[in-house]
Write a protein that binds this ligand. Structure first.
Ligand SMILES: C[S@@+](CC[C@H](N)C(=O)[O-])C[C@H]1O[C@@H](n2cnc3c(N)ncnc32)[C@H](O)[C@@H]1O
Length: 224
């Protein structure tokens, strides 16, 4: 956790620019795509909000936004950006695991966030915690790397692209080997139902590199 905190503070100023360049804009698109599933007035929490390009779009769409991040410099960038556009949000400088899971949010976004957790057990624990933040019927939104699919040149291109991504992370001090996970399976195991899923390939011919999804908790059971 300490290394995550230090590293993201150091790279806050270049994080989104590098991500945009590296993904040919697909990372930004994968996050922006989710906003169409939010309604004005929805209470939305961005876990590991980073510099807030998606949180700002949610605020613009009329959502009541909360940004949570362990890196103060990331959070400051999110705040500056949202306020510069004339919107307000709540900013919590904390580990999202320390935010009380009070079931009060209409939606929680975990974008390029679960890759911060090295082990499957850690990732599942954090996902369960995020589910606990949701109201019945609430949505968990995830944008992240997509698993490698297909064969031949597509696989080679995707592996190479991922290796370049890992290299960039290493260069800027976030030296993790970030596993790519089958989020739909984890979401189902956590009791959510997939509502929408979109892939964001690097080129129109593939390979798929990023994906974004919206899964929903069941509504509260009605009285008999
Ligand atoms: C890869 S960045 C993604 C940022 C943003 N969601 C985006 O898509 O641009 C991951 C962010 O999660 C934050 N983070 C990592 N672990 C966290 C935790 N346990 N609680 C809150 N934030 C955390 C990091 O500081 C960093 O800003």
């Amino acid at each position: 956790m300490t290394s995550t905190l230090r590293s993201y503070n150091l790279v806050a100023w270049l994080y989104e620019t590098t991500a945009g360049w590296y993904s040919l804009g697909r990372i930004g698109k994968s996050k922006a795509w989710q906003v169409q599933y939010l309604k004005p007035g929805d209470k939305v929490l961005y876990a590991g909000a980073g510099a807030g390009e998606d949180a700002m779009l949610a605020a613009q769409a009329g959502a009541a936004v909360t940004c949570v991040d362990t890196a103060s410099k990331m959070l400051q960038r999110a705040q500056r950006r949202i306020e510069a556009e004339g919107f307000t949000a709540e900013y919590i400088h904390a580990d999202v695991n320390d935010v009380a899971a009070d079931g009060s949010y209409d939606a929680v976004a975990a974008n390029y966030f679960f890759t911060s957790f090295d082990t499957e057990g850690e990732m599942v624990g954090v996902m369960d915690h995020l589910v606990g933040l949701l109201k019945p019927g609430g949505k968990l939104m995830i944008a992240d790397w997509a698993p490698q699919r297909g064969t031949g040149w597509r696989r080679v291109v995707q592996k190479t692209h991922k290796a370049v991504g890992n290299g960039l992370y290493w260069l800027i001090g976030l030296a993790y080997l970030r596993p790519i996970r089958e989020y739909p399976e984890y979401l189902q195991a956590a009791g959510l139902e997939m509502q929408h899923l979109e892939e964001f390939p690097l080129t129109r011919w593939g390979p798929n590199s990023f994906w974004s999804m919206v899964a929903q908790l069941p509504d509260a059971p009605s009285d008999p």
